[in-house]
Design a protein around this ligand. Structure first.
Ligand code: G6P
Length: 468
């Protein structure tokens, strides 16, 4: 196989292998924002993508899909349990999202994390052309930058962190905190979503490793001297083109009208779209909405909340409990308030293709993004990009990366249920002129800063650091 000038390394391949009803092989787009953000860029380079196909114990040869060369990394069932469900999603994920759920620390999980990170690093090192570039992504692979550097000192290494990086007081809990920092510092550029994340990382580097930090630059000891690594924010975005195209299509607009009609044409449709994850503040949103109905500030004949909660990490305990809690809360509110003709909450534990999502965005008067912590939240940007009619209101948690950019949203602290209720009412009652004023400004921001701008600025920083 020819070597690739540009290698992306991410836990997931852009497509997931699943088994069909008769045991046949089906490939579908992987969940989450990471893949959506990277895929468009990969189509334009001589690149390869190293990742896991989403199933345990499946060995696959490299193959091509949608014009991208894919290099699958195999994980055993035990590694899926210990590295992916364990260390990545039950240790790092909750710790980095401010301990919303308690992180579990297990030494066997850490060992599996090291082993699997090494496998990804070896695959990347084998795929990269001389003097090529390796771009590592996200919290599942924090040790890969340093491992790649040891194997291939000739390549340029970038790392992008798609989720928050925690304040030092929390980060210090991690038993392997120094190893993880050294792993990340194997990269020439370490990118974060928010300036705050980069600051927390640099603080941890200074306090734990005692490396010299000047502004965004770290002097990393190497051989006799030092090498400079850059750590700063590069807020990620979406490919806006498909959203603009779909939003303009007659059939998609007709589908939006059909959705409204099938919900009984309520005066206002509220929408939540999330992976079913405890970081997303789905419970807080539902609680606030339920109270507004109970207090009569909203009437079930006038409003419907559509909550799309796509299945995620279903074998991790915290996610199993969350699902139970949310489904109990939804059915209680519906039981208390529904009439024969109107439902308070339409809850959908399913994922949908982009076309249907765009129709839903167009049908929704109010988009509720109430995450307790979120690296960026690309759903907020998708909603804004879709609203070519300059209508609709975005309610946005200040604890998302998107809040740094989307200043004209109705901002909320989702922990403050009374404040959240008031914000929902502000959104529901916002006059069209005010909606238009805010939405035009939000749209300008998202359309001017799309995913191409993000990857270009990251890669420009990478070549600059390497060229020094
Ligand atoms: C977030 C993470 C991604 C992850 C995605 C889906 O967006 O930043 O790295 O891929 O969630 O989660 P999953 O565990 O299904 O890969």
């Amino acid at each position: 196989m020819t070597a690739a000038d540009f290698v992306v390394v991410a836990n997931r391949l852009p497509v997931d292998r699943v088994e069909g009803p008769d045991g046949e092989e089906i490939w579908r787009t992987s969940p989450g924002g990471l893949v959506a953000a990277l895929e468009p860029m990969m189509r334009n380079v001589n690149g390869a993508w190293v990742g896991w196909a989403g199933q345990a114990d499946v060995e696959l040869a490299p193959f091509e899909a949608g014009g991208i060369r894919l290099i699958p990394v195999a994980l055993s069932a035990e590694e899926v349990a210990e590295y992916y469900e364990g260390f990545a999603n039950d240790t790092i994920w909750p710790l980095y999202h401010d301990v919303i759920a308690p992180p579990q620390y297990h030494r066997e999980w850490w060992d599996a994390y090291v082993t699997v990170n090494r496998r990804f690093a070896e695959a990347a090192a084998a795929a990269a052309a001389p003097e090529g570039t390796v771009w590592v992504h996200d919290y599942q692979l924090q040790l890969v930058p340093q491992m790649v550097r040891e194997l291939r000192p000739d390549v340029t290494i970038g790392y992008f962190h798609h989720i928050p990086f925690p304040a030092h007081g929390l980060y210090a809990q991690l038993p392997w905190r120094d190893q993880v920092l050294r792993g990340l510092l194997g990269a020439d550029v370490i990118g974060f979503q928010r300036a705050q994340d980069a600051t927390y990382f640099l603080t941890a580097v200074r306090r734990r490793l005692r490396y010299e930090v000047k502004g965004p630059h770290v002097a990393v000891p190497e051989g006799e001297g030092t090498r400079t690594a850059l750590a700063r924010a590069f807020p990620i975005s979406i490919d806006t083109t498909p959203y603009l195209e779909l939003a303009a299509r007659e059939d998609v607009r007709a589908r939006a009208a059909e959705i409204r009609a099938s919900l009984g044409n309520p005066k206002r449709i509220l929408l939540g779209v999330d992976r079913l994850d405890y970081t997303k503040g789905i419970r807080h949103r539902i609680k606030a909405y339920g109270e507004l109905l109970a207090e009569g500030r909203l009437k079930v004949e006038d409003v419907t909340l559509v909550q799309v909660a796509s299945p995620s990490r279903e074998r991790v305990d915290a996610y199993v409990h969350l699902r139970d809690e949310i489904e109990l809360a939804v059915s209680r509110i519906n039981g208390d308030t529904d009439t024969m003709g109107h439902s308070a909450i339409r809850y959908l534990h399913q994922g949908y293709p982009r076309e249907e999502m765009v129709a839903l965005y167009l049908a929704a008067d109010v988009m509720l993004v109430t995450a307790l912590r979120d690296g960026m939240n690309l759903v907020a940007k998708e909603y804004v990009a879709t609203r070519v009619d300059d209508r609709g209101v975005l309610v946005l948690s200040e604890f998302t990366g998107a809040a740094d950019e989307l200043r004209q949203a109705v901002r909320v602290n989702p922990h403050d249920i009374e404040g959240l209720k008031d914000a929902i009412m502000t959104a529901v009652e916002m006059p069209p002129a005010e909606q238009g004023r805010r939405m035009r400004s939000l749209r300008r921001r998202v359309l001017d800063n799309d995913v191409d701008a993000w990857s270009s600025s990251f890669l420009a920083a990478l070549s600059e650091v390497r060229g020094r």
